[in-house]
Design a protein around this ligand. Structure first.
Ligand code: GLN
Length: 283
């Protein structure tokens, strides 16, 4: 049965809404545009056109996935983050708006070389390097598949010559080097909380979301290891869960870091903890 884009869109919106998808109309439009290979804004100009059987089948497939709570980024293959579009696969954490706060805070002071621990899609370090065109960096992940996605994103953004990739469990395998900026969005969700998160989140790599312990263990590991990689006045910035500020600040204080600050996003939610390298010990 042939249908116009308008009919297909209305029907799709209703079905997504019925499946409990909040932004159903917008998502239906984006999925239809994706199937048609056009910009979402163009859909409104073509509402009277008839949907071909091929496009109709492809649209149906995307709707089925979405009604099974596959994240939009996995269906579309990308997510917009900060100033760029990043390739996203089920092997990496879906870049989230709250992580843009970490990028903005990292950019608030100069840096020449940056280390990203747990790079995932590459959205943090590549956003930083795209803005700061004189900087270079090292991108670390324990997942070879994640590094592959990050490499593809670096190539897409033409940043390959300024970033090196390293497969490592945090700092264990990285070349000995000092960085004036270290950033990380480690897996910080408590396993009990992870279980209760939306079905979309369960399509993402569990390893990138929870430490399986108390949500804080990776901060402690990184804080301990990072001394050997931070330049004298270097900064370390973590993304944190909104209720982890005090605990992460305490971990950093015990490790001897200076100028520890819990930074809030525009909604006044603590989102980032920043600090400086500990004072050099006199030899
Ligand atoms: N911000 C993500 C969430 O709340 C968690 C990311 C992470 O664990 N690093 O779903």
């Amino acid at each position: 049965m042939s249908q116009t884009l308008q009919t297909a869109l209305t029907h799709a919106g209703q079905r997504l809404s019925g499946a409990g998808i909040e932004d159903s109309r917008r998502e239906a439009r984006i999925l239809l545009a994706f199937v048609l290979g056009i910009d979402a804004l163009q859909v409104s100009l073509r509402l009277e056109e008839t949907l071909t059987a091929e496009h109709s089948a492809a649209f149906e497939a995307t709707l089925k996935s979405r009604m099974a709570y596959v994240p939009m980024s996995h269906i579309l293959g990308y997510r917009e983050f900060y100033e760029h579009r990043f390739i996203v696969t089920p092997d990496v954490l879906d870049p989230r708006p709250e992580t843009e706060e970490l990028v903005a805070r990292a950019l608030s002071a100069p840096f020449q070389n940056v280390l990203d621990l747990g790079v995932g899609s590459g959205c943090i370090i590549l956003s930083l390097l795209a803005v700061n065109s004189s900087a270079c960096g090292v991108a670390v992940d324990c997942s070879a598949k994640a590094l592959e996605v990050a490499r593809r994103n670096a190539a897409k953004l033409q940043l390959t010559d300024r970033v090196r990739f390293c497969r490592s469990d945090w700092c264990a395998e990285i070349p000995s080097e000092r960085f004036d900026l270290i950033v990380s969005n480690p897996p910080y969700i408590h396993p009990a909380v992870w279980k209760g998160l939306s079905p979309e989140v369960h399509h993402e790599p569990k390893l990138a979301l929870t430490d399986g312990k108390d949500g804080l263990s990776h901060y402690a590991t990184i804080a301990h290891q990072a001394h050997g990689f931070l330049a004298a006045e270097g900064r370390l910035l973590f993304e944190i869960g909104y209720d982890q500020g005090a605990a992460v600040a305490e971990i950093l204080r015990k490790e001897g870091y200076r100028d520890i600050a819990i930074l809030e996003d525009l909604d006044h939610r603590p989102r980032v903890v920043s600090c400086r390298a500990r004072a050099e010990k006199a030899e």
